[in-house]
Design a protein around this ligand. Sequence first.
Ligand SMILES: [Zn+2]
Length: 388
Amino acid sequence: MIDSSSNSREVAGAGSARRLVNSLPFSRRSFLSKTSYFGAFYAAAKLIPLPALAAELAGDSRVSQTPIVDKGFASVRKVGEGLYATISDPSKGFQTVCNGGFLAGKDAALLIEGFISVAGAAFQMDALRMVSQVPVKGALDTHYHFDHSMGNAFFGANGIPLWAHANTPKRIVESYGALQGADKAAFLSPLEKSIKEAKTETARKHREDYLAHVTNVFNVANSTVLALPNRPIDPSKLPMKVDLGGITAVIESYPGHSGTDVIVRVPEQNVVYAGDLLFSNMYPVCFDTQCTVSGWRQTLKTFASWNKDTIFVPGHGPICGQEGIALLRALFDDIEEQAQKMHKAGVPAEEAADLYQVPEKYKNVAIFAWDFSIGPTITKLYAEWGAK
Ligand SMILES: [Zn+2]
């Protein structure tokens, strides 16, 4: 499964480390519960506790105010008939890191996300078994990023079919298989160099934060036995309906975050499991080589056109309604507006990427590491304009 021969040696070489780093997925604020990994990380991250629920949904009778289980690192609550959301709080532990959920119909259940660890995937399975004993028809990774897929081995060990976008297995192997057994010092050295070469204090901080996160990706990939989805979803054959008995889930694919993004909708109940196409109360994470700003904004426009009472379970951040979509769109607009001004003033892309100013009104919007989120959003916008 893992090609540890020529490919991994080649990408692990210092010369191509930058290319690999550019294709690395992010984690949100952190990762596993292996504390020894997190020395540099703790120094760099803002580990703020997060609410599981946006204030706008506090009075919504469809959403249970009390979780069925709350382990700190994640809680699970009802968001519809047979529909549950798993919401992570990485400030309290790294077992899950991303959000997920499950759908429990009369005949079968569908689990969403492999999370960042087997412990995280097992936690969600236990939560399902608290409310339903129906057989599990399958699990689904919304995309290949490691915080959504490193717990996939749980499904393999339990004989649960694992669905994902057809390109997900390949990208897991390319991105994380390639890190396994690689020379850590050689891999990280270009990032250490970029810290030394930073021309401003802001740039230096952004590069340090990036190094801390990339180091964690490396450590997580090296401590994980990779498991690949075995039910590829061909995006050209979507939407696909999955009948769970009284609940019809619809799997759809949209461009934007990773090139492998699929969502699960339950149109009859206006509930959407959006994966990382939705960061709730967070700046978008745009580092992926296949992330497209224009595609993502088009996707958000589509989400905004859906029922005004839609409940969204985001890939990260609190459960929200349409206001969460509106905020993410506004954040893209603001980044574009500032980037355009810089472009017109002759600021090159690489410099502009460090110069965005968070407006006062967005000061409580979380930023995952700058170089995974705002920085690449700006350089991708420049690229879309054909600018450098
Ligand atoms: Zn992601």
